[in-house]
Design a protein around this ligand. Structure first.
Ligand code: AMP
Length: 432
């Protein structure tokens, strides 16, 4: 049977314009994060299933019902990574985190996989850009990653975003908070679904992940995380806020941000954009002081965040792609193809950042120019943003006289000059 194949549900292709937008965002991440001393890490797309059960948490939605888990040919249970922090920590422990000078500053970008119900802004394969800072216990660590995050968002043109900040109690205080939450919800549990009743008994903090409006309504009157902080946690939270104000990071406090992963301790935060509609969280992050130890490493405080790159790109008004000159080099006939290739190579060397496309069909100027016109009409199919567009026409005269004819495709103006004058004549990066 033949039929057209489609991408699996919940995935999306990035064709040239989209892929260039993503690449521009990733280039900006690399520039900003590396300027703060963060190095890039790339970990495998799949890991042993146990890694996620031990880190993200058995009773979280992610591990409970959203993982792509499969046995390999030898029967080992593997899982496509649903997030990247666990893999980063696993890699560091494996590489010998004890010997690595602290703090450890890392960033990553890559695909993550969750079996969720696809809708606008929610995919089964999506991309995250994340940052991990390990080895800093104090609130200056949280402040560094948040300030760097806002610098990055600012570079991408987001001027008005606000972080929502909370502090989750740890240790005995967390247990007390969980009990208080259970006591608040239990008398009302009759109106909850089976899933939320399971959360209530197994891991009450996870009730905050519920999408049921009834659960959300019940939680509105629930005890606040902030009333359960031990003294050290409170001091951390207060000092972090001072540091964020000093760094100019805009935030509001909210006891309702609890986040869907078990490894968070103390600081948690999110940033949302109203431009995105219902699935409006662009990113989430927080502190995970216990994770390294639970994965077999030495006690290591840590803090980080993960940005949903697909949502980030969707929320961007400005186009982060760099505009580049586009030059179509068109031979008049097959006899000028060698000359055209040589001229293309010289232009590529002379105009850094330009896109030079040679008409390899060599079917003449009208056909070559109509290809250029088609690209100009549907630039979104081409991928690049053009700052200036030219055609370089190379007929027999040009070839014999070592000349070139350059046509400005915006104005139609056309000029011929010696090939040796290309350098001066192509000072075109700035005009349109
Ligand atoms: P999390 O790893 O759950 O803390 O999510 C961090 C960010 O990743 C979220 O704020 C979203 O922007 C993004 N994200 C999470 N799940 C998805 C998904 N299924 N599709 C697209 N983006 C997602």
């Amino acid at each position: 049977m033949s039929g057209r194949l489609r991408a699996p549900k919940g995935t999306h292709d990035l064709l040239p314009t989209d892929s260039e937008r993503f690449a521009a965002v990733e280039a900006c991440a690399r520039r900003v994060f590396s300027s703060h001393g963060y190095g890039e890490i790339r970990t495998p797309t799949f890991e042993s299933t146990e890694l996620f059960a031990r880190s993200v948490g058995e009773t979280t939605d992610i591990v409970h019902k959203e993982m792509y888990t499969f046995p390999d040919r030898k029967g080992r249970s593997l899982t496509l990574r649903p997030e990247n922090t666990a893999g980063v920590v696993r890699a560091l422990v494996e590489a010998g985190i004890q010997e690595t000078p602290r703090p450890i500053r890392l960033w990553y970008a890559g695909s993550q996989f969750r079996y969720e119900q696809p809708q606008a802004g929610r995919y089964r394969e999506f991309r995250q850009i994340g940052v991990e800072l390990l080895g800093v216990a104090g609130p200056a660590g949280d402040a560094e990653v948040l300030a760097m995050l806002f610098e990055f968002l600012g570079e991408l043109g987001f001027q008005d975003l606000i972080a929502t900040l909370n502090c989750i109690p740890r240790g005995e205080a967390r247990a007390a908070f969980s009990r208080a939450l259970q006591e608040h919800v239990r008398p009302r549990a009759g109106s909850l679904g089976a899933e939320d009743r399971r959360r209530l008994e197994e891991n009450p903090l996870r009730l905050y992940d519920s999408k049921d409006p009834e659960a959300q309504r019940i939680l509105e009157g629930a005890p606040s995380t902030l009333d359960f902080l031990d003294e050290g946690a409170r001091a951390h939270h207060v000092r972090l806020q001072e540091l964020l104000r000093a760094a100019g990071v805009r935030f509001v406090e909210s006891a309702a941000i609890v986040r869907g992963l078990d490894y968070y301790t103390l600081t948690v935060f999110e940033v949302a954009s109203e431009r995105l509609g219902a699935q409006n969280a662009i990113l989430g992050g927080g502190r995970y002081d216990g994770l390294v130890e639970s994965l077999g490493g030495p006690p290591t405080p840590a803090v980080g965040f993960a940005i949903g790159e697909d949502r980030l790109v969707a929320a961007m008004e400005a186009d982060a792609r760099e505009a580049r000159p586009v030059i179509f080099v068109i031979p008049g006939s097959a006899a000028e193809l060698d000359y055209a290739l040589a001229v293309s190579a010289s232009i590529r060397a002379l105009v850094p950042g330009a896109i030079i496309e040679t008409d390899l069909t060599a079917r003449g100027f009208p056909k070559g120019l109509s290809r250029a016109a088609a690209v100009l009409e549907r630039p979104e199919r081409y991928g690049f943003r053009a700052s200036a567009v030219r055609a370089v026409l190379l007929g027999a005269d040009e070839r014999q006289g070592e000349k070139v004819t350059v046509k400005n495709l915006a104005t139609g103006e056309q000029r011929s000059f010696a090939r040796s004058a290309l350098a001066e004549e192509l000072g075109m990066a700035r005009d349109r």
